[in-house]
Design a protein around this ligand. Structure first.
Ligand code: PLP
Length: 523
């Protein structure tokens, strides 16, 4: 019988979002009908130019750009490069004229890696030899303003994000602006506003910011789109030279489908009837927070919610590796992330949480749950139900872990004796025709993938999390040989060790699980 897969509950908006239907329609229109080159002087080009100009005007209104420049970019990373290049080249020019320049490039310790990497890159390429300094943050993720005040007189460029992508912590930009205005310095100021758009009020013209960067794909526009705001009068050096598009600020024929799509999102922001308000989002976040507290009573939130984006929750559950949480969430259809998307592939502790002084047990197990402003009551309701379900599964699993044999205490030989490669599976099954193939993933995972079939063998479902339960019939009733399979080989190894500790000598697990299953064997 085929089962419906679990509903996808996407809560990883700080990594990226789907594309707004109106944005898809706008991009399609820009490819099919308004396909002209905005630099062409014929009518087809004029139509495209009108779309470009209109989108820029909308963008300027939405971010409050005033008489500042709004440049279309391929995303925030490009915007950051351009701002850093512009600021550092201006510093080099002042220095060449014998004028006083700051010697420091200061960036918040929790900035997205694009910022310190760009600073190091351009400082090196331009041969400036300025000193990069990470501005520490406190346990709440707020910058150390005393230190900033001391450093500012010697700072050439200051970079502070508007809101953090991992924790959602909102920077006190007003306090930083006050410090900047209080000193008589020529410090340039870049603010990475990627996570602020659509979630926090923006009026850049009323601020002291010189540069601000935005990324389309964090707010329902396609990847490869973005904006750079440049205060009128701030130094500027184009990153790309060529045909002089974007008023010479960024050459290259404009990405019109992307710009049209971004324009649709900006229109929706301007009209105010598509996205949830910050107050509504805060209500959703409170609901999710309550649900998490009830599912995981030991939960610790890693950022103060009162000073965070209304869309982001970052938490750790003592004793639960983030990877375990993610696997179970994933199986229940909940798409969340470990720290930031960029570091999700590595299990390294989050540098953002480390900078906030959190212990390693929290910084390496953190989970980030982030909604976008298209979140709805239905999405939040479904998420709360999935969280409750995951809480129950993980509590059962923890009970099992309490008395199970730990993988860490086993020797490599013991593990090797329990392990089969996929290439050895057929031989093992032929030699043991009474063997059972057992899927130890959660029942939901088993159902979603419609089980595991290997030749004549159909795997029975026996989730690892339920093996320790008192009424489990795996506690010694099965003596026939067993081959255990899971997604990556971790859970099957744990289950094999546990069953062997109960006296099952004919237990094996498949190394690498379904992830390493050769395509030819997939049922
Ligand atoms: N800055 C922040 C805060 C981000 O979250 C991201 C994306 O993860 C970036 C910069 C880079 O943006 P893009 O993917 O548009 O280059």
């Amino acid at each position: 019988m085929s089962q419906a897969p679990p509903q996808i509950i996407y809560l990883d908006a700080n990594a990226t979002t789907h594309v707004l239907p109106a944005a898809i329609a706008a991009a399609t229109g820009a490819m099919a009908e308004q396909f002209g080159n905005p630099s062409s002087s014929h009518s087809t080009g004029i139509v495209a130019r009108a779309l470009l100009d209109q989108t820029r005007a909308t963008a300027a209104q939405v971010i409050g750009a005033g008489d500042g420049h709004v440049v279309f970019t391929s995303g925030a990373t490009e915007g950051i490069q351009t701002a850093v290049l512009s600021a550092l080249r201006a510093t080099a020019q002042r220095r060449a004229k014998g004028l006083r320049v700051g010697n420091l490039l200061v960036y918040g310790a929790t900035e997205h890696k694009a910022v310190p990497q760009a600073l190091a890159h351009w400082n090196d390429l331009l041969g400036l030899g300025l000193e990069l300094r990470a501005l520490p943050v406190n346990a709440e993720g707020q910058h150390d303003l005393y230190r900033l005040a001391a450093w500012l007189p010697d700072t050439a460029l200051l970079c502070t994000m508007a809101a953090n992508n991992e924790t959602g912590v909102v920077t006190d930009l007003t306090a930083i602006a006050q410090l900047l205005s209080g000193i008589n310095s020529r410090t340039l100021w870049l603010v990475d506003c990627v996570q602020a758009l659509g979630k926090l009020p923006l009026d850049l013209q009323s601020t002291r910011m010189d540069y601000a960067t935005f990324s389309g794909h964090k707010l329902y526009a396609p990847k490869g789109t973005g904006l750079l705001y440049v205060r009128r009068g701030a130094p500027f050096t184009p990153l790309m030279a060529g045909g002089g598009q974007e008023g010479g600020l960024r050459s290259g024929t404009e990405n019109m489908p992307g710009i049209a799509a971004l324009g649709a999102v900006l229109n929706a922001l301007q009209q105010g009837d598509t996205f949830a308000s910050p107050a509504t989002l805060r209500g959703y976040r409170d609901q999710l927070e309550r649900s998490l507290r009830s599912a995981f009573p030991a939960i610790e939130f890693n950022a103060p919610l009162a000073h965070s984006l209304p869309t982001t929750l970052n938490f750790s559950v003592p004793g639960l590796p983030g990877k375990t949480l993610l696997d179970v969430f994933d199986a229940a259809g909940l798409r969340v992330s470990a720290g930031s998307a960029c570091s999700a592939a590595q299990s390294a502790p989050s540098y953002v949480l480390e900078a906030m002084g959190l212990p390693e047990c929290r910084s390496s197990t953190a989970v980030r749950l982030s909604m976008g402003p298209l979140a709805s009551p239905e999405l939040v309701e479904a998420a709360c139900m999935a969280i409750a379900q995951c809480g129950a599964v993980l509590q059962a699993m923890q009970a099992y872990e309490g008395h199970a044999m730990s993988v860490a205490t086993c020797s490599a030989q013991e593990i090797a004796a329990l392990t089969l490669q996929w290439s050895e599976l057929d031989a093992f099954l032929s030699a043991h025709p009474n063997a059972r193939l057992v899927d130890v993933r959660e029942a939901t995972e088993h159902q979603v993938s419609q089980g595991i079939q290997h030749g004549a063998w159909s795997a029975v479902s026996a989730p690892l999390s339920a093996m320790g339960a008192k009424d489990s019939d795996w506690m010694g009733q099965h003596t026939a040989p067993m081959v255990l399979v899971c997604r990556s080989g971790n859970r099957s190894l744990k289950a094999a060790l546990w069953l062997r500790s109960l006296g099952h000598t004919q237990v094996r697990h498949v190394h690498g699980g379904l992830a390493l299953r050769p395509a030819a064997q997939q049922g």
